[in-house]
Design a protein around this ligand. Sequence first.
Ligand code: DGL
Length: 270
Amino acid sequence: MADKRPIGVFDSGLGGLTVVKEIIKELPNEDIIYFGDTGRVPYGTRSVDTIKKYAKQDEAFLLSHNVKLIVAACGTVSSVAGDTALSLPVPFFEVVSHAAKEAAKLTRNGKIAVIGTNATIKSEQHKAEILKVNPNLSVINCACPLFVPLVEEGWHKADDIVVLETVKRYLKPIIDFGADTLILGCTHYPVLQDAIRKVLGDGVTLINAGTTTAKAVADFIRKENLENQNGGERKFFVSDKPAFFKEQAGVLLGPDVDTAKIEKVDINSL
Ligand code: DGL
């Protein structure tokens, strides 16, 4: 049985678009409703209580659009506020567990690095999921709190000296540790992938949580017969700065995605 309702996706800002991009690759005929909390980004420096409160409002907004499932396209929400999904009336997907499983599968030397926001790294959720697969693996966690502001500012090019120096400084412990696999534990980070690759070299496998999560969503939709055969419409909502979001969404999603429909909403009213 087909289900024409849209997929709901949310993040604190632009980063979740890296997940949307992967969902579109897997499921081009699905309608998508995206909410980016651009008025309150970043989430990763806030308390767990505040992140949970924001996540609940974001989920309520998506439910008001009659979504068939919700993707928390935010490493921070997935790490510390997953329990807000327990009372949801629709299936919920987070971006931690699938990425962790993939890293545990792909590592060759047993050394995995995780980068994320302060809140994500403090939660140690990725490490817990990795060790569930194989308790003999070694994991190094590194918070990179300046990465989200860089991306939200539109600074991500690998030849930008500020970007490159910031990446070098944060990733130094990972190079010293000798990890062969790196989980991009924040959905903003794939935007910095070229700079990260330049610093780490080709020997390190980068795990994009958007890719692994989109595959899990696609598998679920097919298995449960929830596919939309003739959709493909995407609507974007933000809590502030729609013009800036529009400019950056084009950079992140590519020219084929119509980002004409961007609306500002008052998320505090939910
Ligand atoms: N994209 C969000 C994440 O994955 C960014 C968090 C933030 O707003 O600090 O963690």
